[in-house]
Each structure stands twice: as C-alpha cells, then as structure tokens.
Design a protein around this ligand. Structure first.
Ligand code: 13P
Length: 254
C-alpha cells in the first residue's frame, strides 16, 4: 500500500518569519501523524529556515524548482545540490505556473527531474491539461506526452520513487476542482501508462497525487479515489490548520 503524500506548495507566499512560525504551528497539529508523508514547499529564501525548524518533526521539506546544472554562470538559478544542502528532500518540477509563465517544456522537466535524482532529491513531477485541451478531448494525449518526455530515460527504480502530481490547469486556484470521477479517471490512466512504459513494480510504488483547489471539505472524497495517493495543495496549504485538516482527512489509508 502506498503511503499518502500531502504536500503544501506555498508558491510565492510567506516571509522567512511567517514560514518559521507556520512550521511551529503545523508541528503540533501533525505530531502524531506517522501514516502520511507531510511536506511543506516554501520559497527558496525560506527553505533553509523551514528545514531547520522542521528538524525532528513530522514535516519534510520540498523546494519548488531547481536548475539542472550543478553550478556555473546561471544568474538567478539554484542547483539540486544547493536545494539538498539547504535541507530539502523533495523538489516540485514542471508546475503549470512554471510551464505557462516561465516557458518550461517537457524537455526542461526531464532535465530537472534527472538533476533532482543526481542530487539525492525526490522529484514531484507535475502534469496536467488545460481547459481547452480537456474540452477538445485531448486530456489523455497531453498527459501521455508529458509523461513520455518528462520521464524519458529514467529507470523503473527511479520512476517507482517518483511522485507524479496530476494538476488539471483549469482547477488550479480557481475553486473548481476535478470531480472525484475525473480525478480517478486521469490517475488510473497515468498509472496504466507508468505500468506499460516502466513496469508493474514502479507503477505500484509510484505515488500519483492530485492538485487543484483541494480544500479540507473536498479532500477526503478526492484522496480516497482509486489511484489517488494524496494531494498537492496550493491556497489551502497557507493556513496550518486547513493544511493539517487535509492531512487528517487522508489518514487511515495505510
Ligand atoms: P490551489 O490549491 O490553490 O488550486 O493550487 C494548486 C496547486 O497549484 C498546487 O501546486
């Protein structure tokens, strides 16, 4: 059975002081949670402070991005090794905001995920279709392309360790979440492709989480769908109580 994985993507919110105070509050709220992986993904500037504050707690830390080179003249970029040194164990890759606002492609996602593995980080690879793609009936084709190129060249063992976040772009920050049926359908499709392209064992191990307007009141029905192993939470993760409530609603699955 896969352990549920609940990650809060803080995006470009919270100062260092806000971030540390959040961790202090969340620590108590999830102190007895051993059956769910609880992850916070702060901004780069708060990463080290959050990792320090989270030491010895149930909270694990993720970066929101990295650059694939190890070091060099890449102004403004941060490497996997730097993210790892700051205390992160995970890194979000290919979020739709990176793709839409910053021009990231599946090839970039592939390089970044490879760099994450090299640095000893677990990638959380984001995929998902836009509203236009869904309405045109292209959802599965889009997901297939993102998986095929994004995970190109990875071993079954690497894919088994991965977290894949299915985030339909039309559900992000809109208050319009996928129905449980839509989530189950997309997640089932993703796992089938992982099985076909990487093998049965990676498909059973790899966690596929849902993102897009997850809130305490819709979390349980989404997370209990077949093939849904957790959530990547944006807006609702900014409040430690709401986030802890989502964690609580994902329990009892292992
Ligand atoms: P919201 O939960 O705010 O819709 O954001 C989802 C998301 O983008 C998480 O990465």
């Amino acid at each position: 059975m896969r352990k549920p994985f609940i990650a809060g993507n803080w995006k470009m919110y919270k100062t260092v002081a806000d971030a540390v105070s959040y961790v202090d509050q969340l620590t108590g709220l999830v102190a007895d949670v051993t059956d769910v992986d609880v992850i916070a993904a702060p901004t780069f500037t708060a990463l080290y402070a959050v990792a320090q504050a989270a030491r010895g707690t149930r909270i694990q830390v993720s970066a929101q991005d990295l650059y694939w080179e190890r070091e060099g003249a890449f102004t403004g970029e941060i490497s996997g090794a730097m993210v790892r040194e700051a205390g992160a164990a995970f890194v979000i890759i290919g979020h739709s905001e990176r793709r839409t606002l910053f021009g990231e492609t599946d090839v970039h996602v592939n390089r970044k995920a490879a760099a994450a593995f090299t640095a000893g980080l677990t990638p959380i690879v984001c995929i998902g279709e836009t509203l236009a793609q869904r309405e045109a009936g292209d959802t599965f084709e889009v997901l297939d392309g993102q998986i095929r190129t994004g995970l190109d060249g990875f071993t079954g063992d690497q894919v088994g360790q991965l977290v894949i976040a299915y985030e339909p772009v039309w559900a992000i920050g809109t208050g319009r979440n996928a129905t449980p049926g839509q989530a189950a359908e997309a997640h089932g499709h993703i796992r089938t492709r992982v099985r076909q392209w990487f093998g049965g064992e990676p498909a059973e191990r790899c966690r596929v989480i849902y993102g897009g307007s997850v809130k305490p009141d819709n979390a349980r029905e989404l997370i209990t769908q077949p093939d849904v192993d957790g959530a990547l939470v944006g807006g609702a993760s900014l409040d430690p109580k709401a986030f802890a409530e989502i964690v609580a609603r994902s329990r009892g699955r292992v």
